[in-house]
Design a binder for this molecule. Structure first.
Ligand code: THU
Length: 136
């Protein structure tokens, strides 16, 4: 199905999703917008926690919301932070994205909405895949 929104629009949604970020510790607000192959968009923001290690990145919030919403086919993910430079997903998020879409297009945006395009496989070559046995 044709994409329901352009790359620039998806980046705009990621920038807007930063507004819901809960980031009192790092003060680094991140937004993500995930476009499904069917044209739906799921957004996410980082949600920090006082125990630090329980913090969840914006990208994983978006992909988990999408999967919980019944979607597993993804066309593009936009990520935007509130500082200079393109925001790249961390290794944990790349691993989660790789589970569903190793060739997913990533639109990595800066605070002005300029972005670079990478794929999950480019940023995480050789991602882990659970070995499935014969007949599974
Ligand atoms: N963070 C994200 O949400 N996505 C990224 O791609 C990198 C980091 C968040 C986690 C934490 O709340 C803050 O940014 C600082 O690491």
């Amino acid at each position: 199905m044709a994409a329901a929104c352009s790359d620039a629009e998806l980046v705009g949604l990621a920038l807007a999703a930063r507004g819901n970020a809960y980031a009192p510790y790092s003060r680094y607000r991140v937004g993500a917008a995930l476009l499904t192959t069917g044209g739906r968009v799921f957004t996410g923001c980082n949600v920090e926690n006082g125990s630090y290690g329980l913090t969840v990145c914006a990208e994983r919030v978006a992909v988990f919301a999408a999967v919980a919403g019944g979607e597993r086919g993804f066309a593009a993910l936009a990520v935007a932070a509130d500082r200079e430079g393109y925001c790249r997903p961390c290794g944990a998020c790349l691993q989660v994205l790789s589970e569903f879409a190793p060739s997913l297009r990533l639109l990595l945006a800066d605070v002005r909405g300029d972005f670079e395009v990478k794929t999950v496989a480019e940023l995480l070559p050789g991602a882990f895949r659970f070995p499935r046995g014969e007949g599974e």
